[in-house]
Design a protein around this ligand. Structure first.
Ligand SMILES: Nc1ncnc2c1ncn2[C@@H]1O[C@H](COP(=O)(O)OP(=O)(O)OP(=O)(O)O)[C@@H](O)[C@H]1O
Length: 203
């Protein structure tokens, strides 16, 4: 099982953002995407989550092009973007439920527990604070069986307690053979992380 990106180039509007970006992920590995504001971190993650087509280059999961083999990749990755992607009219539990069901994991209770969401579980997510919304998204992530976590600024809005909790959960995911591709401005101080600095690759 692996994710391999080769010579990716990205263009937004008429601007070439980066080119020749290559990296790979095997079970237990994490890649930390770094770079200045506007370097293309979110764009790279969106390409890997198939939300944006690369200008050039390939990305493959199990050796199959992610843009050609739709079904082979869909249940294996979970993308957490800048926006919270919650359905505000639904409660915390209902939001997590939906994704847990999509990924075939019915254990919503433990997902709620992991990010201390039990007391908030019946509140519509539109009423949550930014940090509570982020915790709901992280619970949704951990309720999924996705092998590859693609995370854009997963720490934003989290207080120190929940940053530590998230880090612990990420380390467990990697220890269980998962993979992670994440962009943060803050160092998570993971021991085994490969750094991909887009400032080195900027066009
Ligand atoms: N929808 C869009 N249309 C056109 N250009 C875009 C679009 N989204 C982003 N860009 C441009 O692409 C470049 C890369 O943006 P991106 O969000 O990937 O950078 P980033 O490294 O994640 O930045 P930050 O650290 O500020 O979050 C920027 O110059 C940005 O203005």
């Amino acid at each position: 099982m692996s994710f391999v990106a080769q010579n990716l180039a990205c263009q937004r509007a008429d601007q070439l953002i980066f080119e020749d970006v290559s990296f790979s992920l095997s079970p237990g590995e994490a890649v930390w995407v770094k770079g200045r504001n506007g370097a293309g971190k979110s764009s790279l993650l969106r390409i890997c989550a198939r939300l944006l087509a690369p200008l050039r280059g390939q990305a493959a999961w199990h050796g199959e092009d992610i843009f050609k083999d739709y079904d082979g990749y869909i249940g294996d990755y979970h993308y957490l973007g800048h926006l919270d992607a919650l359905k505000y009219a639904l409660t915390v539990r209902e939001n997590i439920d939906f994704w847990a069901e999509f990924h075939g994991i019915p254990d919503v209770a433990s997902a709620l527990d992991q990010f201390d969401l039990q007391a908030l579980s019946d509140i519509p997510t539109g009423m949550l604070s930014q940090g509570q919304k982020k915790r709901t998204n992280l619970a949704r992530l951990t309720a999924s069986s996705a092998k590859l976590w693609i995370l854009d600024e997963p720490l934003s809005a989290l207080d120190l307690h929940y940053i530590a909790l998230f880090k612990e959960r990420l380390i467990r995911h990697l220890a269980e053979g998962g993979m992670a591709l994440f962009a943060t401005h803050q160092d998570l101080e993971l021991e085994q992380v490969k750094i991909l600095d887009l400032d080195d690759w900027a066009s």
